[in-house]
Design a protein around this ligand. Structure first.
Ligand code: FES
Length: 114
């Protein structure tokens, strides 16, 4: 079972901002919207560019890949704009005493984990 791993403090991520961390040996993008933080694998599923190098729109909770412009919902991992066709993996997040912790990969209903 994968435990939660502390990756930094909430105040290190500006509201509406993003930050790449390493958790469970993987690059993971953290996206902050108010007091909520969402975690998705940081590699675009199109050609593995780092999504945290792109643009984050906190109003739509979407990140745009810097290379070809695919957009992903950071809450669900779903693709919103092509050319990527596969969703990005999302991870459980909990915040305790201001410390952000990344947990196991979420399992998407109706699809298998890759
Ligand atoms: S690498 Fe992200 S859309 Fe092509």
């Amino acid at each position: 079972m994968v435990d939660f791993e502390a990756v930094g403090r909430l105040e290190e991520i500006p509201d509406g901002g993003m930050k790449q961390v390493i958790a469970h040996g993987e690059p993971i993008g953290l996206y902050r919207v108010g007091d909520d933080v969402y975690a998705v694998h940081d590699y675009c599923t199109h050609e593995q560019t780092e999504l945290t190098e792109g643009e984050f729109d906190p109003d739509d909770c979407e990140v745009e890949c810097p290379l070809h412009g695919s957009r992903f919902n950071v809450v669900t991992g779903e693709v919103r704009i092509l050319p990527a066709t596969k969703p990005v993996a999302t991870y459980e997040v909990k915040i305790e005493d201001g410390m952000v912790q990344v947990g196991p990969q979420r399992v998407r209903s109706g699809s298998r984990r890759d």
